[in-house]
Design a protein around this ligand. Structure first.
Ligand SMILES: Nc1nc2c(c(=O)[nH]1)N[C@H]1C(S)=C(S)[C@@H](COP(=O)(O)O)O[C@H]1N2
Ligand SMILES: [Mo]
Length: 495
């Protein structure tokens, strides 16, 4: 009897850490959901085709409806950190992933090594019937008996089995498959799962699963007696309800304190959260840069209406160039290179020799689209200009100024940068056509970057100049891109 009823110290520690992890996941997850508060089944995320929507915002009456204005500013009470701060929400979500996955691996090893896992496995099919009967008892306010030889009843056993063996791997998998570095490296798997938006929707159902479990679990603890139950969580037995109730309540207060601390850190000192994130998460994302995008999607299945992000440049130069049908457009490529160059659109077409790739776009907000992008691999252009020894990064400077051109944003020229390794990936493309035509203005005419292994904001549009550099931290505010400088987005946003 003893061994079965025993809740070893590592199980109790893991249980407590889980309260922290899961609540952080939920709040930061709500933040992430809020920046594109719609769920779709179809990868094209056409406006109006969502199957669920979590917004009460009216469509803004801008002259130009950009997806940036879809952000929902949830309250910090329900989302971490709230106020539509996607970059910060993602920082927390991914930092917690690193902690959670590490702890869970240790937990699984101990669970299997000690044989504890067996008590979560239903002894027979009858357990499912019994669980149904248990639910009916609960509805009649009668507490069901534990199963013979087990510390809990059938309904509890199934709920725990789901929470331990099904939900975590499901969430880790559906979370991972939303990473552009991962889903573009395994495009067939992504498709087999029903596509990017089915995966996002499934991840959301996992959230619902967790919420249902938590509500049920907490209700049960109350029904069976708070002191009695938390005594097992604190001491591993139910003999010290009073002391346990005090200790556990202090523990819960500590969890609340952590949430308040994290929320305030993000709202008041976003840069320290960024530093912490870089320390914890960058070791993983640096590895993901090595995964090339291998997409060859069906060119017949391209998106009809792109949800364009950002407003086009409004300066004289750009407008004159449009009026001249881009004849006076020259892409400048310079910086730390042996042979700086200027290339006209005609030069780029010649270099491209009809090369194109049909790929999926993963906006950091969560929407997706598919396009056939024509152009020249950046690697080809780099071979021509020959980066000098010491060159580390490639910087893309745009015609667009966010503060000037987009009512939503404060200031600054749009730019982006990427390490040479990312620049040389086969599907990193200097793109001059979309679906066989000139790139439409809203999608970055006449030339844009396609950085398929990363989230969408890094694919800079309306590019004027490409510069090879040996440091990017002296450009802009030094974080490698406009969204990095102003919105806490990670420069290596591979997830
Ligand atoms: N210059 C510039 N490039 C930009 C943006 C922008 O606002 N300005 N938005 C980025 C974001 S957030 C996304 S999701 C993609 C959108 O590309 P699309 O408009 O072709 O869908 O462009 C990226 N490139
Ligand atoms: Mo985006």
């Amino acid at each position: 009897m003893d061994t079965v009823f025993n809740f070893p110290w590592w199980l109790r520690v893991e249980h407590f850490l889980n309260i922290i992890f899961v609540t952080f996941f939920i709040r930061s997850g709500i933040e992430i959901l809020g920046t594109f508060p719609r769920l779709h089944t179809n990868v094209h995320t056409q406006a109006g085709k969502q199957w669920a929507e979590f917004t009460i915002k009216e469509k803004p009456k801008h002259k130009y409806y950009a997806v940036g204005s879809e952000y929902e500013d949830y309250s910090p009470v329900i989302s971490l950190p709230g106020r539509g701060l996607l970059g910060q929400g993602r920082y927390w979500h991914f930092m917690v992933v690193m902690g959670y996955v590490s702890c869970f691996l240790i937990y699984y090893v101990l669970l299997f090594a000690t044989g504890q896992w067996l008590r979560y496995i239903p002894p027979s099919w009858h357990t499912f019937v019994e669980a149904g009967q248990n639910m009916i008892s609960y509805l009649a306010f009668v507490s069901p008996e534990p199963m013979a030889g087990y510390p809990f009843n059938a309904a509890q056993q199934l709920a725990y089995a789901t929470a331990i063996f099904i939900l975590p791997p499901f969430m880790i998998f559906t979370g991972m498959m939303q990473s552009p570095a991962v889903n573009t490296h395994w495009p067939k798997l992504t498709r087999a799962l029903g596509g990017r938006q089915m995966i996002r929707s499934a991840h959301w159902w996992g959230l619902i699963g967790y919420l249902v479990f938590i509500i049920g679990h907490v209700t049960m603890v109350m029904v069976h007696g708070y002191g009695h139950e938390v005594s097992k969580m604190v001491f591993g037995h139910s003999d010290e309800p009073l002391g346990a109730a005090v200790i556990f309540t202090i523990g819960l207060a500590f969890v609340v304190f952590l949430h308040v601390w994290a929320t305030r850190a993000s709202l008041e000192k976003p840069r320290s959260v960024e530093k912490l994130h870089n320390l914890i998460v960058r070791p993983l994302t640096r590895q993901l840069i090595k995964l090339p995008s291998r997409q060859e999607l069906d060119p017949d299945n391209v998106t009809e209406h792109f949800r364009a992000s950002g407003c086009p440049p409004e300066n004289d130069e750009y407008i004159a160039m449009l009026a001249h049908d881009y004849e006076d457009y020259y892409l400048e490529i310079g910086g730390l290179v042996e042979r700086p160059m200027t290339l006209s659109l005609a030069d780029l077409h010649e270099l491209s020799a009809g090369h194109s790739q049909t790929t999926m776009h993963n906006c950091v907000q969560g929407f997706s689209s598919i396009g056939t992008w024509g152009g020249v691999p950046l690697a080809t252009i780099l071979e021509l200009v020959k980066p000098l020894p010491g060159a580390t990064d490639v910087v893309f400077l745009c015609f667009q100024n966010m503060g000037r051109d987009d009512a939503l944003y404060p200031e600054g020229w749009y730019y982006e940068s990427c390490p040479l390794m990312e620049a040389e990936q086969p599907q990193t493309l200097v793109s001059i056509s979309l679906n066989g035509e000139h790139i439409p203005i809203k999608n970055g005419a006449p030339m844009r970057l396609r950085l398929e292994t990363s989230t969408g904001f890094r694919s800079a549009k309306w590019i004027e100049r490409i510069e090879v550099v040996n440091r990017y931290d002296i450009i802009g505010k030094g974080r490698g891109g406009w969204f990095e400088d102003f919105d806490s987005y990670d420069r290596l946003q591979m997830i």
